[in-house]
Design a protein around this ligand. Structure first.
Ligand SMILES: Cc1cc2nc3c(=O)[nH]c(=O)nc-3n(C[C@H](O)[C@H](O)[C@H](O)COP(=O)(O)O)c2cc1C
Length: 325
């Protein structure tokens, strides 16, 4: 097992590994950014060693308090959120959250957000210089296996989405961030664009190692008695089962447009949902909103994928994407 591999996936006799740049994830099921914190709140409920990857809550250069309440509202088929990237900032992340993340043996991918190209670069630079300055024992994990670059948050005024809708900016940002780290860079794209495949091609041209697809879809709910939007900022990001067909279609289009791996997400709650993404072209998946009602969803999804692979005589999870007729 190489330095970058992690233990913990049940021995299924199948090849569940996912290769992203130099990183090998032990299995294709991860937990999505913003729905799992930094891993600390789910200790009792989710066996993180059995996850393929943990994608952290967004980390920005400065601390952010986030958007005004209410920040979450339920809809018939999901949630609208407008958290606004609330997080303690990179310095506190390094002091308080990174030591906790080291306890997890799954791959840890740090989700990075910013308002400008320099913001994103500064977050990665601080993390890299912190890691480089540390002296760790041979058994200690670094705690950061890669970065997921959030160019797709619909809930902030500046940054995020303004990168995510412009292929020129995406290519430039990706190229610039590659100069700051040797760890894999995963660009997380927004579905709120005309042509997501064009954005994915730009990320690949800039040197991205993978694409996460998709972030939330802009949505709104209105309280007809209070005569106000149901969430403080007006519009927010819709997640959950309502967006699954949008995510599957985006994955299908993006995976045919690029050669790098695609990580599919949006509305996955059960194994069948995840298998749709894998057939559409994803090599891995993430589970977000479903965790709120069923923290065991990642384990159930992984077990279901293994059962499906046995029934369909598929040995390697990466081969599922070749099976779509
Ligand atoms: C409460 C909440 C907070 C989120 N925060 C982030 C975030 O910090 N960074 C990010 O890239 N995506 C964030 N997302 C988006 C999710 O990671 C995911 O892309 C989206 O919810 C679709 O997946 P799902 O339908 O399985 O939840 C957030 C989603 C929710 C519901």
């Amino acid at each position: 097992m190489s330095e970058k591999e992690h233990k913990g996936t049940p021995d299924s006799g199948l090849d569940l590994s996912v290769h992203i740049g130099q990183l090998v994830m032990p299995n294709p099921v991860g937990v999505a950014s913003g729905t799992f914190g930094y891993g600390e709140d789910y200790d009792e409920l989710v066996h993180t060693d059995a996850l393929g990857a943990l994608y952290t809550k967004a980390v920005t250069l400065e601390a952010r308090r986030g958007n005004p309440a209410p920040r979450l509202v339920e809809t018939p088929m999901g949630l609208i959120n407008s958290i606004g990237l609330a997080n303690p900032g990179v310095d506190q992340f390094l002091q308080e959250k990174l030591p906790l993340l080291r306890r997890h043996r799954c791959a840890v991918i740090v989700n990075v957000a910013g308002s400008t190209e320099d913001d994103y670069a500064a977050v990665i630079e601080r993390i890299e210089s912190h890691l480089a300055a540390e002296v760790l024992g041979p058994e200690e994990r670094r705690g950061v296996d890669g970065y997921e670059i959030n160019v797709s948050c619909p809930n902030v005024h500046r940054g995020g989405m303004s990168f995510g809708i412009d292929p020129v900016l995406i290519e430039r940002l990706t190229r610039s961030l590659k100069n700051h780290t040797g760890r894999p860079l995963i660009l997380k794209l927004s579905p709120n664009v005309t042509d997501i495949a064009e954005i994915a091609r730009a990320a690949e041209a800039g040197g991205a190692d993978a694409i996460s697809c998709i972030n939330t879809v802009v949505g709104m709910s209105i309280d007809t008695e209070k005569l106000r939007p149901a969430i403080g900022r007006g519009t927010g990001g819709l997640s959950g089962p309502a967006i699954r067909p949008i995510g599957v279609a985006a994955t299908y289009r993006v995976s045919r447009a690029v050669h790098i791996p695609v990580i599919g997400l949006g509305g996955i709650a059960r194994a069948d949902d995840a298998i749709q993404y894998l057939l559409a072209g994803a090599q891995a998946v993430q589970i977000g909103t479903a965790l709120f009602s069923n923290p065991r969803a990642p384990h159930e999804v992984l077990d279901g994928i293994v059962g499906w692979m046995r029934r369909h005589s598929v040995r390697a999870v990466r081969d599922i994407r070749l099976m779509l007729q």
